[in-house]
Design a protein around this ligand. Structure first.
Ligand code: CU
Length: 208
């Protein structure tokens, strides 16, 4: 019985069939690359369980009266630090459902930490500086990354098979600012889907 059981386990666990890489290019309607778009992939067979760790620091600094980075991708349940690198004080907050917080006035070289409990988007602002706008995209998949200035997001070692690719950007014209597409992840090699999205740039908004 034992060899048969083992065989079944292997066959029924699709995420064991490791596969290819995904290189997603996100462009706007004019064909320009879209920076800071968050690409998430949800394999139909489920994402691997366990803690999600990303290669970038979970930090949103306040520097030059701006949030840096403009968009941070963070795992749900993770603590994100908010160091102030300016000479002035900031009063950082979010009113986003499930991720509300408020960091009362704090000064240079001080830091505060916030745990993001709800999957979704936390829009971040500062009570003192209206022009300060940032976003924490809280995700529940390890297959998540944002695009660079070239509009490209690269994810490696995805399980083969059907998956949903989602693209989020704060200025993307779609419900919840997110577009999604079904995609068949290849069993090997590199897949290079291109995704066109409609971006509505706010007045005075620049791509960072
Ligand atoms: Cu401020």
């Amino acid at each position: 019985m034992r060899p048969l059981l083992l065989f079944l386990l292997v066959v029924l666990t699709p995420t064991w069939a490791w596969a290819g890489d995904l290189v997603v290019t996100v462009r706007d309607a004019a064909g320009q690359p879209v920076q800071n778009a968050v690409v998430t992939v949800y394999p139909a067979g489920g994402a691997p369980k366990g803690p999600i760790r990303f290669a970038w620091p979970l930090t949103v600094a306040q520097q030059n009266i701006q949030f840096d980075p403009f968009v941070l991708v963070a795992p749900v349940g993770a603590a994100v630090s908010f160091p102030n690198r300016d000479k002035v004080q900031h009063h950082v907050y979010s009113f986003s459902a499930g991720n509300r917080f408020e960091l009362k006035l704090f000064g240079r070289d001080e830091s505060r930490s916030v745990t993001f409990k709800a999957v979704g988007v936390a829009a971040i602002g500062c009570n003192i500086h209206d022009q300060m706008v940032g976003y924490v995209k809280v995700v529940d998949t390890p297959f998540a990354i944002k695009t660079g200035a070239d509009g490209v997001a690269t994810l490696r070692g995805l399980p083969a098979g059907q998956a949903t690719i989602r693209v989020w950007h704060p200025w993307l014209r779609a419900p919840k600012n997110e577009a999604s597409m079904a995609f068949a992840l290849p069993a090997a090699g590199v897949a290079r889907p291109a995704i066109a999205v409609e971006i509505r740039r706010p007045a005075g908004g620049h791509m960072h």
